[in-house]
Design a protein around this ligand. Structure first.
Ligand code: ADP
Ligand code: MG
Length: 365
């Protein structure tokens, strides 16, 4: 038996976080959202297998912070386990993404912090592009450079040659088209979940979509899925606290706090379930209970093997859902599955009924 060297241990650990280009994109976009970005541009080459670049106009980092950011288990987001138990408002908090990406790729970060009020004048006179930014480079886990750089406020993270030093892992990557599909799915879900942030995606130099970031979900749907889909979308809005007489779920302590979003006309469908996007407490989740609830609401109006578009945000009390079912946190488990299912189906059915698109309220229970 042999003890694994540090480098190997690092590379194995990296595989848990970074499985494919889409996982890199996910971590970087989450960091940009956590950094209060108003605009996030994602550009990938060859499905992300050759390069991933995420640019934001967020708070940025000073030289010391960016150095620390690529070290192991460094995060600016929590101080300790007490914060974890109190519940974290930010998306990332384990402090391992940049470190692990740096271990299995060539990583370059160019970043400049937002000016404090007193820095304002000097910043403006240089057009905000003086060399007060920092460029940091990491290759296969080693920091290879930290230099002053002229760059706008915010952060650009470039990841090239993913898995260049872990050929076994690289072999598991699928075709460019498949890897790009995964990237597209990730960016689409963040764009839909954050209509107040302008999020764009580019593949091999061509724009795939760009949302406006003006806060409208319907306009984000228009940017991502196109006009035909956006125009067919019906508003779902269900707030027990506002509409207290509506149903059992409305009373305090019901299974859900709120459901809102958009679902498509029963004739605007696709042949896969991948356009049924559900978010619980703001996070994208793949949850069979929610998907079934949406389908049930269509009450037989969908053609066989056709699935609607849905972008549905379900808020439930945090202590009634287990988000740690899966390490990548896309799967969840509700304490009261049947209650959630009934309430969500009810909300969607009510929206479709209002438009005269389903016949009547199906018997509940
Ligand atoms: P985590 O997000 O879990 O804290 P990461 O490795 O993803 O861990 O990031 C480490 C730290 O680097 C973050 O806590 C944050 O302080 C900083 N950081 C990362 N990306 C950005 C960004 N785009 N803008 C500003 N700061 C960032
Ligand atoms: Mg992070």
């Amino acid at each position: 038996m042999r003890e694994l060297d540090d480098r190997t241990v690092r590379q194995i650990a990296a595989g848990e976080v970074v499985e494919r280009p889409a996982s890199v994109v996910k971590e970087l976009v989450e960091n940009s959202l956590d950094a209060d970005a108003g605009r996030i541009s994602v550009a990938v080459d060859a499905g992300g297998t050759e390069g991933v670049r995420v640019r934001d106009d967020g708070v940025g980092m000073d030289r010391e912070s960016v150095r620390r950011a690529v070290e192991e288990h460094t995060t600016s987001k929590i101080d300790g386990i007490d914060d974890l138990e109190a519940g974290v408002g930010t998306l990332g908090f384990r402090g391992e993404a940049l470190h692990t990406i740096g271990a299995v790729a060539r990583l370059a970060i160019r970043t400049k912090p937002r000016a404090r009020p007193t820095d304002d004048a000097s910043d403006r006179s240089s057009g905000g592009r003086d060399a007060s930014g920092t460029e940091l480079r990491v290759e296969g886990g080693e920091v290879t450079g930290v230099d002053p750089a002229g760059c706008p406020v915010g952060t650009v993270v470039e990841v090239e040659d993913l898995f260049f030093n872990t050929p076994a892992r690289k072999k598991f990557l699928k075709t460019t088209a498949t890897e790009f599909d995964h990237v597209n799915t990730v960016v689409t879900h963040y764009a839909l979940a954050n209509p107040d942030v302008a999020i764009s995606l580019e593949h091999d130099g061509r724009e795939v979509f760009a949302t406006e970031g003006r806060g409208s979900l319907r306009s984000a749907v228009l940017s991502v899925y196109g006009r035909e889909v956006a125009e067919s979308m019906i508003d779902v809005g269900y707030e027990p606290s506002v509409d207290g007489s509506d149903s059992d779920a409305a009373s305090d302590g019901g299974p859900i706090d709120r459901v809102r979003g958009l679902v498509s006309h029963p004739e605007t469908t696709r042949s896969t379930r991948e356009y049924l996007s559900t978010f619980v407490n703001g996070r994208y989740v793949t949850d069979a209970v929610l998907r079934e609830a949406v389908l049930e609401a269509y009450d037989g109006q969908l053609a066989g093997d056709r699935y609607p578009f849905a972008v549905l945000f379900v808020d439930v009390p945090a202590d009634t859902v287990d988000v740690n079912v899966h390490p990548r946190k896309m799967e969840i488990r509700f304490d009261d599955e049947s209650g959630v299912r009934a309430a969500v189906a009810d909300a969607v059915r009510t929206a479709l009924l209002d438009e005269g698109l389903v016949r009547s309220t199906a018997p509940r229970g």
